[in-house]
Design a protein around this ligand. Structure first.
Ligand SMILES: C[S@@+](CC[C@H](N)C(=O)[O-])C[C@H]1O[C@@H](n2cnc3c(N)ncnc32)[C@H](O)[C@@H]1O
Length: 266
C-alpha cells in the first residue's frame, strides 16, 4: 500500500493510509471555531490581502476550518501553505503527485475527510506535451520545481483547458472524499492564454457549483512585488498580480445556510 506522510502533533512520520484512517476515525473535533458563541470580535478577516501564500492561508483556515479537522492537502508540494500554522492545529494528510498520489485518485474513503486543500499548477505553460517546453526555464527553474512535477503532460486537453481539466477532475474527487458540509479550499490564478482572457476562478466556481459545491468565500492575494515582465509592443490585458483562495462547501446543491451546517462539533 502507498505510504503517505502525516504531520500531526501526536503522529510524526509516515503512516499507511489504513493507519491514518484508524488514527482519525473517531470524531477529533474538540477545537473551537474562530470565535466562541457569544463573544464578539473586531478582528475581521478581509477579502483582499497584499502578501504571500503562507500569510493568507492560515487566515483562510482560521475562518473556515475548525481546529482538529482532518485536512487532506492533495497538492502539498513544499508545504509552503503550512509554514506558519502550528502542526497541532489540524490533522494533516499531505500528498502530492511527487509522492505518487494523484489528486484525481485519492486513497480515501467516500465522505471521510473534513477539508481538502487543492493547489495544482495553475498556468497552461506547466502543461506542455514536452518537458523541454514547460514554463520556468533557466533562472526560473525554482518556479517550475515548485509548481509542477517537471514532466510533460500526455493526452487530454491542451493549454488552458488542461489546467481546467485538472481542477475539474480534482474537484470531483474532492467532492467524493469530503464529508457532507466539508470544506474545499482551492488556490488558483486567472491567465491570458493564446491572447484570450481566461478567468479561471469563474470557470472553477461555475463547474464546482454544478457538482454540488457552494462557493462560500473568495479571498484575493495581491503579490507584494511587481511581476516579472518581458518587453512588449502593445499591452492588451492588465498584467495579473493577484491570485485567489476559493472556499467551497459540499452542500449537494442544498441550502448552504440550512440546518446541519457543520461547525466542527458533530
Ligand atoms: C503550486 S504547487 C503546490 C504548492 C503548495 N501548495 C505549497 O504550499 O507548497 C503545485 C503542486 O501540484 C503538484 N501536482 C501536479 N499535478 C498533480 C496531480 N495530478 N496530483 C497531485 N499533485 C499534483 C505538483 O507536484 C506541485 O507540487
Amino acid at each position: 500500500m502507498k505510504r503517505i506522510a502525516v504531520r500531526d502533533s501526536d503522529a510524526e512520520g509516515d503512516l499507511s493510509v489504513r493507519e491514518q484512517l484508524e488514527l482519525y476515525a473517531a470524531p477529533p473535533l474538540t477545537g473551537r471555531r474562530k470565535s466562541p458563541d457569544g463573544i464578539t470580535t473586531s478582528e475581521l478577516i478581509c477579502t483582499a490581502h497584499v502578501g504571500v501564500n503562507e500569510d493568507l492561508f492560515p487566515l483562510v483556515m482560521k475562518l473556515h476550518v475548525p481546529e482538529g479537522s482532518v485536512v487532506a492537502d492533495v497538492t502539498h508540494g513544499l508545504g509552503i501553505f503550512w509554514k506558519k500554522l502550528p502542526k497541532s492545529r489540524y490533522r494533516l494528510l499531505a500528498t502530492d503527485l511527487k509522492m505518487g498520489v494523484d489528486c484525481r485518485h485519492l486513497p480515501y474513503e467516500d465522505g471521510s475527510i473534513d477539508c481538502v486543500v487543492l493547489d495544482p499548477p495553475y498556468m497552461e505553460g506547466l502543461f506542455r506535451r514536452s518537458a523541454d517546453h514547460l514554463a520556468g526555464a533557466g533562472s526560473y527553474a525554482a518556479f517550475r520545481d515548485t509548481y509542477s512535477n517537471g514532466e510533460g503532460t500526455t493526452g487530454g486537453p491542451k493549454y488552458h483547458d488542461a489546467v481546467l481539466d485538472l481542477y475539474f477532475k480534482a474537484g470531483k474527487e474532492a467532492y467524493r472524499v469530503l464529508r457532507k458540509q466539508g470544506v474545499l479550499i482551492v488556490k488558483c490564478q486567472d491567465e491570458v492564454s493564446a491572447n484570450m482572457q481566461r478567468l479561471t476562478h469563474v470557470e472553477i466556481i461555475n463547474e464546482y457549483a454544478s457538482m454540488g459545491f457552494y462557493a462560500k468565500d473568495l479571498l484575493v492575494l495581491v503579490r507584494p512585488n511587481r511581476p516579472a515582465v518581458s518587453r512588449i509592443k502593445r499591452q492588451e490585458h492588465a498584467r495579473k498580480n493577484h491570485s485567489y483562495f476559493l472556499v467551497f462547501v459540499k452542500t449537494g446543491g442544498g441550502n448552504p445556510r440550512g440546518k446541519g451546517l457543520w461547525n466542527g462539533h458533530s
